[in-house]
Design a protein around this ligand. Structure first.
Ligand code: FES
Ligand code: FES
Length: 193
């Protein structure tokens, strides 16, 4: 990510807007301090400064959750956050993962996470517009299941409750939920009898 070049580009685009320094971690990489407009939304910061365009802008009103990223906390837990309603500076000092940071390169190959692979195996998405948000949401849900397992009989409802806010206009959710169920059942410690 060429911050110097991108900062210059954004300064030219928004020459009169008040800025302040922002520092945070994105996909394991420390970003900043970098001068960012105080009113800039996080999704615009990701797109305009860092060229991380995999986070999708859907409703822009905090409803569809297409713009969701994952936040990593110091205690090892994860949570979701929308980037269309929170400013870039809201994430100051935080450690986030965008859709570009989920898969990891191993021996020259990109290895998908179990959730990403399950979404592909189950044909969970069609246009894919909602997929980055579902990956974040499902990954956070699995992290919570690891900490607080649910009974097998309650798994379907737990998935629905956890992903309920994520809107998909194409597939009707069933294949997303089936994929998440498959990963939960295959992950030791997530589901109890
Ligand atoms: S684009 Fe952020 S919630 Fe819809
Ligand atoms: S796959 Fe198109 S909106 Fe979900």
């Amino acid at each position: 990510m060429n911050q110097a070049m991108d900062q210059e580009r954004v300064t030219q685009k928004y020459p009169t807007i008040e800025r302040k320094p922002l520092t945070l971690t994105i996909n394991g990489e420390k970003i900043g301090p970098i001068e960012v407009p105080i009113t800039m939304l996080m999704i615009d910061f990701l797109h305009e400064y860092l060229d991380l365009t995999g986070t999708h802008f859907g409703c822009g009103q905090g409803v569809c959750h297409a713009c969701t990223v994952m936040v990593l906390h110091d205690d090892g837990s994860k949570s979701e956050s929308r980037t269309c309603v929170f400013g870039a500076h809201y994430f100051s000092g935080k450690n986030i993962v965008t859709i570009e940071g989920h898969a990891k390169e191993q021996e020259g190959k990109l290895v998908l996470t179990p959730i990403q692979q399950a979404f592909i195996d189950n044909f969970s998405f069609q246009c894919g517009y909602c997929a980055p948000g579902f990956v974040a949401g499902a990954t956070v849900f699995l992290d919570q299941l690891n900490r607080t397992p649910v009974k097998r009989a309650h798994l379907e409802k737990a998935i629905e409750d956890a992903l309920n806010d994520h809107i998909c206009r194409c597939t009707g959710y069933v294949r997303y939920y089936e994929a998440i169920r498959d990963v939960a059942l295959a992950t030791p410690g997530c589901v109890i009898d």
